[in-house]
Design a protein around this ligand. Sequence first.
Ligand SMILES: [Zn+2]
Length: 120
Amino acid sequence: MPKTCVAASCSITPADGISVFQFPKDPKLRSKWTKHVLETRANFKATETSVPCALHFRDEAFANLMPFKMGFASRLFLNDDARPTVHRKNMPQERLQYLKRQDTGIDDFSIMRRCNTSID
Ligand SMILES: [Zn+2]
């Protein structure tokens, strides 16, 4: 079953080309994430399968936004202390396109190999 974003009025799945993130294990950070979802969705409780999508994070929350935007990474990663702060309402439509996976047709592994071969 594909993971669907838990945020209210957001039904993004990885199939949309948008990265999703598992709730952090750290209890303090986890409760911040939960709080964000609760702002728009009453009685939410995070489970093992709960994921918010990349749309709820600001640019500075991502550890690899630049390589991702250039098509060198197939998914976004978050900084350790990143937390969701953005709600879908009031979100410009361009944001979705901006954070969408670039379809380069190359996977991370082939890029790694190419980098290795360019050394010698
Ligand atoms: Zn979402």
